[in-house]
Design a protein around this ligand. Structure first.
Ligand code: AMP
Length: 179
């Protein structure tokens, strides 16, 4: 089984990406890195990045690529594991290219409460859905182009999850079953 397993998960707002990420992390013991959570932590701490990022997040816009790449690169550089799941990054092709460059050369790869986040207001969600639609094509093409794209379909998390689990089982030792 792989000692190194680096995955990114793509999925639009409301796609269940967060739920699936949590299940992957619990079942296979990967380190979960959520770009949205990292940004929200920066906003709370009122760091320079947090203050700038907040203006974009409130407007339902993407935080500029250079800021995101710096944030994620420094988080990845601090990790003491090579098994991770990136959730929410990359969101654009330049981010994917930067991540790929960063990683190249290093290896050969609910019951949650319903809360409305500030960036979940209707207009904001519409913008995020549009943005996702615009950006996801080039992102998929990039990962397909380098031969590391896997597509999973379904109308709900419980339908998609067993398919993802089955795929990951071939590469990682499960800590727990698919359900
Ligand atoms: P999320 O929790 O992943 O939906 O992220 C919340 C917000 O943070 C997004 O609507 C963006 O404004 C910002 N954000 C998160 N990840 C990225 C990223 N990879 N690139 C640009 N902005 C991001």
């Amino acid at each position: 089984m792989s000692k190194i397993f680096k995955m990114v998960i793509l999925g639009g707002p409301g796609s269940g990406k967060g739920t699936i990420s949590t299940r992957i992390v619990r079942s296979f013991g990967l380190k979960h890195l959520s770009s949205g959570d990292m940004l929200r932590a920066q906003v709370l701490k009122e760091t320079d990045l947090g203050v700038v990022a907040h203006t974009y997040m409130k407007a339902g816009k993407l935080v500029p690529d250079d800021l995101m790449v710096d944030l994620i690169s420094s988080e990845l550089a601090c990790l003491n594991t090579s098994k991770w799941l990136l959730d929410g990054f990359p969101r654009t092709r330049p981010q994917a290219e930067a991540l790929h460059k960063h990683e190249k050369g290093e290896d050969d790869v609910t019951g949650e409460p319903l809360v409305q986040r500030e960036d979940d207001k209707v207009e904001s969600v519409k913008k995020r859905l549009n943005l996702y639609a615009q950006n996801t094509g080039p992102l998929k093409a990039f990962y397909k182009g380098i031969g590391i794209f896997q597509d999973f379909h379904g109308t709900e998390s419980n339908e998609i999850w067993p398919r993802i689990h089955k795929y990951l089982q071939d590469h990682l030792t499960p800590l727990s079953g698919p359900f």
